[in-house]
Ligand binder design. Structure first.
Ligand SMILES: Cc1cc2nc3c(=O)[nH]c(=O)nc-3n(C[C@H](O)[C@H](O)[C@H](O)COP(=O)(O)O)c2cc1C
Length: 222
């Protein structure tokens, strides 16, 4: 689902849907989050449902990548996924809690971008939920750590939804505090997206792995 009718300078916000199983409860949350984000002038919203992205389990190595400046990857869908993520300016991850973490399908989708650095220097916000009282808290904490390693900029303010099956009526949350939490998070995301977009336009440092290689070559070549 895309909403690309906004001003060309609008932030490309990608909402990443972290559960793919049949009967998933995430479908209670996604339409509400997407609607609220799309109501803002700041965002051109695209929902990336991992059900539509049948990514293989991570299998990249130098042989599958080929030319590092234009990698082939292990499957065409991995290349398409990398290009899609590269087109985003900001990310909003919606994740349930699976075994005190995020679903493997979501971790795999993040790992699949490893070689292209497509998430680098862009903000990430998180909505977590579960059917019990934990509200996805541990999944979001874990996702924030993962985000750092992907060189995303994880934001502090989150939306956490406990007892998800009882928390929505007519497509909207029953607790007004949940609306406030989403509003605050979207404000932050819009602000950081703009700041980082401008910063990236001014030039980015190469990834540490590239700088490390350059430093080694310099040492070796005297
Ligand atoms: C494999 C698995 C592990 C789970 N582990 C947790 C957990 O650690 N903590 C929790 O609060 N809920 C846990 N749950 C319950 C989920 O929060 C609940 O099933 C939620 O609806 C999952 O989102 P989904 O329906 O959109 O897939 C787990 C569910 C699954 C399927």
């Amino acid at each position: 689902m895309a909403n690309k009718t906004k001003h060309p300078t609008a932030t490309n916000l990608q909402i990443i849907v972290g559960s793919t199983r049949e009967t998933r409860n995430i479908d209670l949350i996604v339409p509400w989050v997407a609607k609220r984000a799309a109501q803002r002038e700041a965002f051109a919203v695209e929902v990336l449902d991992l059900r539509d992205w049948e990514l293989p389990l991570f299998a990249e190595h130098m042989g599958t990548l080929g030319d590092i400046n234009d990698p082939t990857y292990s499957a065409p869908v991995v290349k398409q996924w990398n290009a899609k993520i590269a087109a985003g300016d900001a990310y909003l991850f919606i994740t349930p809690e699976y075994t005190h973490s995020i679903p493997a399908v979501l971790k795999n989708a993040i790992d699949s971008v490893f070689a292209s650095f497509a998430f680098r220097n862009k903000p990430a916000a998180f909505v977590g939920y579960s059917v019990g009282i934990a509200a996805g808290t541990r999944a979001v904490e874990h996702l924030a750590s993962i985000a750092i390693e992907a060189e995303l900029i994880p934001l502090r303010n989150t939306v956490l939804i406990a007892k998800v099956q009882q928390s929505f009526a007519h497509g909207e949350p029953v607790d007004p505090e949940t609306e406030v939490a989403l509003d605050i998070m979207l404000d932050d995301l819009a602000w950081w997206a703009e700041v980082l977009k401008q910063a990236r336009a001014g030039g980015e440092l190469p990834p540490a792995s590239v700088r490390r290689r350059l430093a080694t070559a310099k040492r070796t070549n005297g």
